[in-house]
Design a protein around this ligand. Structure first.
Ligand code: SF4
Length: 333
């Protein structure tokens, strides 16, 4: 456990909505503060799905990451100078990135633990290849176990045959990942009332499989989505066990236990400001995520550091060279 008591002084906007621990959340005596040591690397914008809540890590137009010496040098500096220990591959769908295995090997040789978020829509043979390259874990995004509902979550129109095929493929790949020894988690986004039943079913599925389960809110819908998560918690008669707060990040998790004894997490966002970035920001009244952590993505001709999902200007986006001499770097350090 990382000791950073100042982080506890944070203001919190979403916790009030969780009725089961109203007024008690921040007096809770089991708060663990964890170090913010994760780097999110957006490797591609491509994805076989078109889920309507996807935020594309803040950029619909980023390119496939170019794996060159400049990128590797930047990743090494982030590891050694900011002590980032875990690289989390995102997208789009990371398995759609053609150099996934090479990137994983490079990250491992630098010293990162490597995980990815995936929708499970890939050839099953890939699992062992990624594991052999050094992948440590996969967070599978599973939002429903109903093929028809899966179709309805897509922006691109799909039919039930597609839905059934996609769902079977996803569940098969989760099983394969488990059998391969990878660390497996299932993430479910709750958007509206219709997702409550799906979330309860997925939770039962995770319990049966012995897989970690995490509920996320839809960032674009803010407190509306959080209220639906609260309904899920009431349906499970879940109780709060502890809070994991990430220092210098807007991310924190509620560790919950359902009435039937299953431990799971709710991922939440708190107001965490990076002063040198957020001061004077025009988006501040509509900020969805606050300062979460460092992201990497590919701009037209170089890899860049992204510090905010909502803005496309400097200093929210900087080259590696700019970042390592920036005020934001010194504030994060
Ligand atoms: S939109 Fe970005 S820069 Fe603005 S307040 Fe939110 S995190 Fe900070």
């Amino acid at each position: 456990m990382y000791n950073a008591t100042n982080t506890l002084k944070c203001t919190e906007r979403n916790s009030d909505i969780f009725s089961c621990f109203k007024n008690t959340l921040w007096q809770f005596d089991r708060i663990q503060v964890l170090k913010n040591d994760t780097l999110r690397i957006k490797v591609t914008n491509n994805c076989p799905l078109t889920c309507n809540f996807c935020h594309h890590e803040g950029n619909l137009k980023s390119k496939n990451l170019v794996l060159n010496q400049d990128l590797i040098h930047g990743l090494k500096r982030l590891h050694t100078e900011l002590k980032l220990m875990q690289a989390h591959l995102t997208g789009g769908e990371p398995t759609s990135y053609p150099h996934c295995r090479e990137l994983i090997s490079e990250l491992k040789s630098i010293g990162y633990r490597v995980k990815m978020t995936s929708n499970g829509q890939f050839d099953s043979d890939l699992i062992m290849q990624l594991k052999n390259a050094g992948l440590d874990g996969v967070n599978f995004s599973v939002h429903t176990l109903d093929p028809q509902k899966l179709c309805s979550l897509q922006i691109q129109q799909k039919n039930n045959v597609w839905g059934l095929h996609a769902l079977n493929r996803q569940l098969r790949n989760i099983q394969k990942a488990l059998e391969s020894g990878l660390e497996v988690k299932i993430n479910t986004v709750v958007q509206n009332d219709s997702d409550i039943h799906d979330t309860l079913k997925i939770k039962d599925h995770c319990k049966n499989m012995g897989v970690s389960f995490r509920i996320l809110n839809d960032l674009k819908q803010g407190s509306f989505s959080i209220k639906r998560i609260d309904e899920v918690l009431k349906s499970m008669s879940a109780r709060l066990e502890c809070i994991n707060l990430v220092d210098k990040s807007s991310s924190y998790s509620l560790i919950m236990i359902s009435q039937d004894g299953f431990k799971f997490k709710i991922k939440c966002i708190r107001k965490n400001i990076l002063e040198t970035l957020c001061e004077g920001c025009k988006e501040r009244n509509n900020c969805m995520e606050w300062f979460y952590g460092i992201r990497i993505e590919q701009a037209d001709d170089t890899a860049v550091v992204r510090l905010c999902m909502q803005r496309q200007d400097y200093p929210a986006i900087q080259t590696f060279e700019e970042f390592f001499t920036s005020k934001q770097f010194w504030e994060i350090l």
